[in-house]
Design a protein around this ligand. Structure first.
Ligand SMILES: [Zn+2]
Length: 287
């Protein structure tokens, strides 16, 4: 009997090895039976023994429940609790929480390159009108765009409370960095007070991020298999942010008719189990 099982595993193995990891990880709807551990890097890894954020808490609601992406490390859940409290202190009803990680982390079918190790969370820029939303409302309502149509500035949806919530998030010692639209970073650079700008360096401009901000935590202490990102460059990052609201938005130059035809770049290979940290196979296959 044993050899039969083994043969089946071996026959199935090449297919498993070639299957995009996003297909495998998105098919599992519970966390693995391990002690919690983020494994690998934010955009290439998985999370063992993830915990699930409760659908609602005193100062938050999880949105888009059908995606089943509200899993992460206890450190991430703790951060969300703290940020919800800060938002309440600032005058919001709390926060709406977007995607965290899948039950076992890993790559996803659509949406994110990172969020793979239970240390990333998207927080909506929509101040909650209510923390009594039904599951259906959580599927259907949209967040708030705080950026102008030309992408160079914030629009009239941006408020001092947005600034205060982002500042509270950035000052949390567990937080490594926060991604926002370039226009948001520029506005925060303009508004941050002198003598209180140290936290501003953690606010990083990136594509999108005009309806939510993305918080990334440091690897928790003792997480031996978790890889931090390279350190943020010194300074508040405000001069570098200019590029995001100027050159980054310029249309590409027209193609040179005399130039040789460009060789199309091959698509980036999909992440597979073989290209994830080896422990992720055990995380995927655990009970
Ligand atoms: Zn994100």
């Amino acid at each position: 009997m044993k050899w039969l099982v083994l043969t089946m595993v071996l026959l199935a193995a090449p297919a498993l090895a070639d299957t995009p990891a996003k297909v495998l990880f998105s098919a599992v709807d519970t966390s693995s039976n391990h002690r919690t551990a983020p494994i690998g890097s934010y955009a290439r890894g998985c999370v063992a023994g993830a915990v699930q954020l409760p659908e609602s808490g005193p100062n938050w609601q999880a949105m888009r429940l059908s995606r089943n992406r509200h899993w992460g490390t206890p450190e991430l859940v703790g951060f969300i609790e703290r940020l919800g409290q800060s938002a309440a202190d600032i005058g919001w009803n709390g926060i709406y929480v977007g995607d965290m990680s899948q039950p076992r982390g890993g790559p996803m079918n659509g949406g994110h390159k990172s969020h793979q190790i239970g240390l990333d969370v998207d927080v909506w820029l929509l101040p909650p009108a209510s923390l009594d939303l039904s599951a259906r409302q959580r599927e259907n309502i949209s967040s708030l765009n705080v950026r102008s149509a030309d992408q160079r500035t914030v629009n009239s949806n941006w408020t001092p409370e947005h600034m205060a919530v982002l500042r509270a998030a950035a000052r949390d010692p567990a937080v490594a960095r926060i991604f926002v639209a370039g226009a948001i970073k520029m506005q925060m650079c303009a508004d941050a007070r002198r003598g209180d700008r140290r936290w501003l360096r953690k606010i990083r401009p990136w594509w999108g991020h005009n309806t939510h901000f993305h918080v990334r935590l440091n690897c928790p202490r003792g997480a031996r298999n978790c890889e931090n990102q390279a350190a943020i460059p010194r300074g508040d990052g405000c001069a570098d942010a200019e590029w995001w609201v100027t050159d980054a938005l310029a249309p590409p130059p027209p193609p040179d008719p005399n130039a040789p035809a460009a060789v199309p770049r091959p698509p980036k290979p999909e992440i597979t189990l073989a290209t994830l940290p080896s422990q992720c196979t055990g995380v995927l296959q655990s009970e």
